[in-house]
Design a protein around this ligand. Sequence first.
Ligand code: FES
Length: 508
Amino acid sequence: MTDFQLPKFPEPSWRDTVKLPSFPSIKENVEADVGIVGGGITGITAAYLLSKQNKKVVLLDAGELLNGTTGHTTAKITAQHGLIYDEFISHFGIEKASLYYEAATEAKKFIEETVSELGIECDFNQEDAYIYTNSDSYILQLQKEKKAYDEIGIKSELVDEIPLNIPVKSALIMKNQAQFHPLKFLKALVEACVKNGVQFFENTTAVDIEYNKEPAILTREGKRITCNHIIVASHFPFYDKQSFYFSRMYPERSYVVAVTSDEKYPGGMYINAESPTRSIRSTKDDGKELWLIGGENHKTGQGKSTMDHYEALQKFAEDHFHVQQMEYRWSAQDLTTLDKMPYIGPITENEEAVLVATGFRKWGMTNGTIAAKVLTDRILNEENKYQELYSPSRFQADPAVKKFMEINADVAKHLIKGKLEYTGSNIDNLKADDATVIRVKGKRTGVYKDSEEKLHMVDTTCTHLGCEVKWNSGDRTWDCPCHGSRFSYTGDVIEGPAKKPLPKREIN
Ligand code: FES
């Protein structure tokens, strides 16, 4: 039993500490040089870069700007993306592993230069990044990672203690990385974009792309944005053109609690090597020091109740950091590709004008920034040495094929399991702010009883490919265990690949 109450509703500290501008939804057809779908770090950075080169840019978001994964990040700006360089050297070779490091470092440099050029107050500061372990079986892996750092030429140090008060057997430090308040930074970019003539539309859902002589984005509202290039930066690509991105990536959820402590934060950004993941950094919130404790990753729609994950982080924080108050809690969804390298480039080999950026694992600040640079260079006909590295059409026999089979076997298992699961529950004993699955006229029906005791009933069959969604108690959403689509308790799509809402149901 823990001593502090978790906040009732999820809300990232980032969104609570900055006032973002709002924009209208689209009212008429528009023409532009570039249409961008998705108002996260990739879309906004691309809009900024293109508008500086006098391109006419339109950016759409299905909800509000910066309310997706970018608004729910831990915002570490680092090239230390977990244990990855030893693995990348063995799968891709030293040249590509080095390029990946260079790209992340270039992204950090771009953010730092932009902060200084625009005079952005976004709590940007340099910090060392640490991967630590308290498990004997990971000590060798840290040593191998250190060797990979040395081969690539990354400045690093292997140590056996860290400044935090947690048990550690070994840690690998990557020097001079950084952190910031992502929304303060991106708000300034949005304001610069507006000055440069970028048109933003919120609550405007892109549903398809028509690819004739010029591509056009079609919206749910029946409007059309005709342009020369389209950037699909909607996290999961809303448009797929039979490239089956859903079978080439898997979604994971992870959690953050933000706490105050009577200890002073000692500096540094931390992540452990083993499971369950623990990620730690600090930030300022109205002069208060917040400790951000993240981790507890799991495949979306699978595993234990999502509130249990928050409670595990809460317990970890209380066990180690003299917690005074639980201030915030929030969660995020990340997509990982078959070979862990993001997909950045033309969405298919035949549609060169439609560009995609997705699959950043948990490292969207650097991967999202470099994605914006790679895609805008392509649009501006500039050379970019990372294009081939990230090409979505690449084929890697190892480990991609093995991972492909693993992901899709898991999907097949959940497709069948969900249908067969017994739903013996009824709604008589359902408490307020809780949900269950019942049968209505033989059909599986998800029922959420809100705090005013009103019932919200939806068909639980995911509108993507028909798996059965599961209740997510932490976020009050229905999540699909197959490809990570997420729906509100009223059935609206929060996250694709599904495009259509869950049909509403009535008892009678
Ligand atoms: Fe693919 Fe639900 S997301 S079946």
